[in-house]
Design a protein around this ligand. Structure first.
Ligand code: BGC
Length: 715
């Protein structure tokens, strides 16, 4: 099913058809397309009678217009699999690793494969809109939704999100991209005003959206819950009308987040659809795009042209992606989909530290102590709307809870892929014992009698909650400290959705960040620990030493009751993550792009060409004794005398021992430019530009220089 590639609204076959069909609609039919209702789940317990009998329950339902052949919209979450938060009895689906794990793979092909998997599984259930494409930048290491998102870097986020969206839409399912924009903290998210300099916004979060939208033409954009510079995202005329639809010419439709429509006049600010209206009713005691919007229309406050435009945008995305011409759904090969989840888990694992402890010797009768993390049961996953019920169900659900609407879904969900069981398969000669990590003293007893200790550190993250700090919960730091004191041959395996601080870092021999590794995550972890898989993940987010190094040591609103109006100043502007560290000169715990391998790589022969943009060619060589994957990273370090760091390009390269490959990277010019808010244009200052190639933002090996001509351009 081919997707329509025109970004020029009004010019494609899909636009023409959308206009023709919209013209034939009654106003009642037009209005019926502008609201979605939620199916019954843990939060919404009364079935809305607008949902016809037999319709599969999901996050959103919008009726079709049968007489005109317009299909109903059936919307399901999200980026990590087709979710089922109590909607459909026992309906499980492939559960991918966290988005941050896909981010760590730096692998666009894997992103596309996971998108295709999502599209197929959505389609096989009749869902034609996948609420995927989470792309908010990791601005704050406490953000409870960082695990769903890809990276702190706009280029990495855009590249991977675009491929995932392309994969979904290639299966004839519309994908959203979300949450537009600056939904970068969860604390009091419905009352949160995110303040940013508009030009810096264009160079960071908005640039990620801009590039991803250009590369994938998602049928819909979902706005965030927060305000941006004083106006709610769902009714932000500057962002929706001026930037998204105006400057970028976005032709698809803009839907609110669930319970995130601030007013009927959001329609005038560019919002085309109110989502999950039961949540608006619950949160704000209001539904906007039904009676209120109709009244505004009757009074002439909502022009007829705008009503038509709202409807046409929805229709044109349906036609462009092809949800109106579905053939019978393709077979779903769950084994092949599990392989995608497994491969993402593997490629997302980042080896942070290795003082020779890894890989584990597979031929020795090692005494191995596995400590904590429920590793005898399975692997954790994140909570909230992205949580997927895996095939066979959860191995265990431990209720956590918390304040607010989303507290009910905050659990320790364990997928049934046990690292202990998988280690036993790969270490047949070892004697493996498990200790639950309940108390430092008890865990130390087992550590002391073992040859090697594998201590797990887990932390759950959830939509609607930010972390108060970067420590591991439930006393796990004390347990790790105690086992490392008892046995220095300790390997720490982290399953977290965010960076953490590591008070025990110098006492342990190896540290592995596995994130939430998905439904086959236990196997992926065991394979990396035993060397069956050579680790190749790289950090898509900076691990700070502590919060004092970050732009907001104190997070506004932290500790206030759910519902407290909160203002977060993103005063770092576009200097997010590694860019902030480059600007402030801090040394992080682990830098963006960092990740070790069981082999070694070298970069050489860097050639840098300038002119309109920067094009580089270089050679990467596997100088070690194992096959492995390098992620070559090219950074801008100085732009015509303005020292600033920008990832200009990256390439994941699989190499056999001794093998070399030549790589060419051409830079998107916006990464070299500054955005001039007054003229609405990008500006490249003419002059000398310095770049550096390396293995991490703090590990640059080869540098080069070229010159660029001055330029101004709109896109
Ligand atoms: C989330 C969205 C999600 C929606 C529908 C909201 O709580 O923020 O990402 O798509 O719910 O379930």
């Amino acid at each position: 099913m081919a997707t329509e590639t025109s970004l020029e609204a009004g010019t494609s076959a899909a636009d023409v058809r959308a206009s023709e069909v919209e013209e034939q609609m009654t106003d009642e039919e037009r209005f019926s397309l502008l609201v979605s209702v939620m199916g019954v789940n843990d939060v919404v317990t009364v079935r809305d009678d607008r949902i016809p009998e037999g319709t599969p329950m999901s996050a959103g339902y919008v009726p079709g217009v049968e007489r005109l052949g317009v299909p109903a919209q059936l919307m399901s979450d999200a980026s990590l699999g087709v979710t089922n938060p109590g909607y459909r009895d026992g309906d499980s689906a492939t559960a991918l690793p966290a988005g941050i794990s896909l981010g760590a793979s730096f692998n666009p092909e894997l992103a596309r494969a996971s998108g295709r998997m999502l599209g197929r599984e959505a389609r096989s259930r009749g869902f034609n809109v996948q609420l995927a494409g989470g792309i908010n930048l990791h601005r704050d290491p406490r953000n409870g939704r960082n695990f769903e998102y890809l990276s702190e870097d706009p280029l990495v986020s855009a590249t991977l999100a675009a491929e995932s969206i392309n994969g979904i839409q290639a299966e004839g399912v519309i994908s959203t991209i979300k949450h537009f924009s600056l939904n970068c903290n969860e604390t009091n998210r419905h009352w949160l005003d995110a303040i940013i300099d508009p030009a810096a916004h264009r160079e960071s979060d908005l640039l990620a959206f801009e590039i991803a939208i250009e590369r994938s033409q998602p049928g819909a954009v979902m706005t965030g819950y927060n305000k941006i510079n004083g106006d709610y995202a769902g009714g932000n005329g500057v962002l929706i009308n001026d930037v998204l639809k105006g400057a970028w010419g976005y032709p698809g439709w803009v839907m609110s987040d669930w319970g995130g429509t601030p007013s009927w006049d959001s329609a005038l600010k560019g919002l085309d659809q109110e989502s999950g209206l039961q949540l608006d009713l619950m949160m704000w005691k209001q539904v906007w795009f039904t009676d209120q919007l109709e009244a505004a229309y009757a009074e002439g406050k909502l022009p007829k042209e705008r009503l038509s435009d709202m409807v046409r945008r929805i229709l044109r995305s349906m036609y462009a992606v092809g949800v109106d011409r579905w053939e019978p759904a393709p077979e779903v090969d769950m084994a092949a989909h599990d392989a995608i989840a497994l491969e993402t888990g593997r490629q997302g694992i980042v080896l942070l530290k290795n003082d020779g402890a890894l890989p584990l010797a597979t031929d020795k009768p090692l005494k191995v102590a596995v400590i904590g993390g429920h590793a005898q049961v399975g692997v954790p996953t994140g909570c909230g709307s992205s949580a997927v019920l895996p095939p066979g169900g959860y191995a265990e659900v431990i209720k956590i809870g918390g304040p607010g609407v989303m507290g009910v879904g905050r659990n320790l969900f364990l997928f049934p892929s046990s690292p202990v069981a998988e280690l036993k398969k790969l270490l047949p000669n070892a004697e493996i014992e498990f200790d639950p990590g309940m108390s430092p003293a008890e865990s130390a007893l087992m550590a002391r009698r073992s040859d090697v200790v594998i201590a797990f550190g887990i932390k759950i993250e959830s939509e609607a909650f930010d972390d108060p700090d970067l420590s591991l919960p439930w006393g796990q730091d004390a347990v790790i400290e105690a086992v490392a004191d008892a046995n220095p041959n300790t390997i720490v395996v982290l399953e977290t959705g965010n960076p953490i601080v590591m008070p025990w870092r110098d006492k342990v021999n190896a540290i592995v960040e596995a994130w939430y590794p998905g439904q086959s995550g236990g196997r992926a972890i065991a394979e990396v620990l035993t060397g069956a898989v050579n680790p190749s993940g790289r950090l898509p987010i900076t691990f700070p030493l502590d919060l004092a190094q970050t732009p907001r040591p104190e997070l506004a609103g932290m500790g206030t009751a759910w519902g407290t109006p909160t203002t977060v100043e993103y005063q770092e502007g576009a200097e997010v993550g590694y860019r902030w560290f480059a600007k402030t000169g801090g040394t992080p715990l682990y830098a963006f792009g960092h990740g070790l391998s069981y082999t070694t790589f070298e970069h050489s022969d860097l050639e840098v060409d300038g002119g309109e943009t920067i094009t580089t060619t270089f050679t990467v060589t596997n100088t070690g004794e194992r096959a492995g994957a390098d992620v070559s990273q090219l950074y801008l370090t100085d732009a015509a005398g303005d020292a600033r760091m920008r990832l200009l390009g990256f390439e994941r390269v699989d190499l056999r021992p001794g093998e070399s490959r030549q790589v060419t990277l051409t830079t998107d010019r916006r990464l070299l430019a500054r955005f001039d808010a007054d003229s609405g244009q990008w500006h490249i200052a003419g002059g000398a530009y310095k770049v550096a190639l390396g293995k991490a933002a703090d590990n640059l090996e080869v540098s080069g220089e070229t010159s660029l001509s001055e330029a101004r351009f709109a896109r």
